[in-house]
Design a protein around this ligand. Structure first.
Ligand code: ASP
Length: 414
């Protein structure tokens, strides 16, 4: 796959001056600036700042449009390129399922006990701008942004949507037009790379979206939501720490590797996961760390860090489930047992389908929300903290790879 680092997103030719300075700032720096300006704009404009929520809705719509083809291409690519089978594969499958369910259970338990969204006092309609959308020009524009990247090619008959998709792929493929295509694998790779390039562009809009969301929230609701978000961040961190402790305890009793040894040997991979927010980009580092520093057998390192890593994102699963519950609590919506089960199931699927790239979890979250009937317009609220939580959950995703490699290696050192 292509370059997975989104921190220096550039579109087309390199810029100079202020745009270049902006592009050279890491993504989190741009988001923090968006938050600061958003607070100021919200305080100055008051309830008029509500219209600024539009970029957030646009980014969300674009992310949602990208989700199905991205999941499709990532899974097709994984199945085409990874070597499966053998006795370790069944064990890997079992560990995959077990760890993901533990992660989601931890996430749901923490969210149910702490109730981070309680008391935010949002009404289900306070972020919904459906009605204003159709009556202002920006709303009409938004209506024509395809809900699904491949949708306009189906029967929804929106020609403008086709043009959006054509321009996106046309520009994404400009630099690839001389790339030799020899095998089917190359075709799938090209499709996946183009989607990731488009995702980079959308991520470049995130600071603007954050600015608008923060301004509209501060202007219309004050700071109540941010208190709730702070508690949410702490709850997610607590749940991720519990998951990490679970991994280490399992390693202590299920393999010859000692937890301290794993942390020391694997710290490069963990630090890289945190700094890039991409478990795919970290994959080679994880593999080498496991093989050379920790000392597990080559086959175990390969199964955990290269094969399993494509399917498992425990940190993402835990986060998606917690986010769904958090938003439900914020808007005072009680999720029935059936809906909570749906949260579990869709979080598993969403985490398997999430590519190991920054913000992939946010892309698949639209799926979880839709499945349980939670209003998707609330997802932008999470954009303000996602850049940080993404890094933390990516570290846990990588820790899963390490955990599984150690468990597959068994109690006897090879
Ligand atoms: N960034 C995560 C990863 O690379 C995926 C996610 O967004 O949850 O593993």
């Amino acid at each position: 796959m292509g370059d997975n680092t989104l921190d220096k997103t550039t579109i087309g030719t390199p810029h100079t001056g202020m745009i270049a300075t902006w592009q050279h700032l890491p993504l989190y720096g741009r988001i923090v600036i968006g938050v600061i300006f958003g607070v100021v704009a919200g305080l100055m404009l008051g309830s008029q700042a509500a219209v600024l929520a539009m970029p957030g809705k646009l980014v969300l719509r674009l992310l949602g449009a990208l989700a199905p083809p991205l999941i499709l291409a990532a899974i097709v690519h994984t199945f085409m390129t990874t070597r499966l089978g053998g006795p370790l594969a069944a064990r890997l499958g079992w560990l995959l399922l077990l760890n993901t369910l533990v992660a989601i259970t931890v996430g749901l338990t923490v969210a149910n006990v702490i109730q981070p969204g309680q008391g935010a006092g949002l009404t289900p309609s306070s972020l919904s701008t459906e009605t204003t959308q159709r009556t202002n020009p920006l709303g009409v524009f938004l209506e024509n942004v395809p809900k699904s990247l491949l949708g306009p090619l189906g029967d929804d008959g929106k020609v403008i949507g086709v043009i959006f998709v054509a321009v996106a792929f046309g520009v994404a493929l400009r630099h690839e037009r001389h790339r030799p295509i020899g095998t089917v694998e190359h075709v799938v790779e090209l499709f996946l790379d183009s989607l990731i390039k488009i995702l980079h562009w959308i991520i470049a809009l995130v600071p603007l979206a954050v600015f608008g969301i923060v301004a509209s929230i501060v202007g219309t609701e004050g700071f109540v939501q941010f208190q709730a978000l702070g508690i949410f961040v702490l709850s997610v961190l607590l749940a991720l720490v519990i998951q990490a402790v679970y991994y280490l305890v399992r390693i202590r009793f299920g393999s010859w590797v000692r937890p301290g040894q794993l942390i020391r040997g694997g710290r490069d991979a963990l630090v890289m996961a945190f700094s890039t927010a991409s478990s795919t980009a970290t994959m080679p580092v994880t593999y080498v760390a496991l093989k050379d520093r920790v000392g597990v057998r080559e086959q175990s390192a390969r199964m955990g860090a290269l094969v399993g890593a494509n399917f498992n994102n425990d940190g993402t699963a835990l986060y998606e489930a917690m986010a769904a519950l958090f938003i439900a609590q914020m808007i005072g919506m009680d999720l029935s047992v059936y809906q909570q089960v749906m949260v579990v199931l869709t979080s598993v699927i969403a985490s398997v389908g999430a590519a190991g790239i920054p913000e992939a979890g946010l892309v698949t979250m639209t799926m979880v929300f839709t499945a349980v009937g939670l209003p998707v317009p609330y997802i932008p609220v999470l954009l303000t903290v996602d850049w940080f939580l993404d890094r933390c959950r990516t570290a846990i995703n990588v820790m899963w790879d390490m955990n599984v490699s150690c468990l597959l290696d068994g109690k006897q050192k090879g």
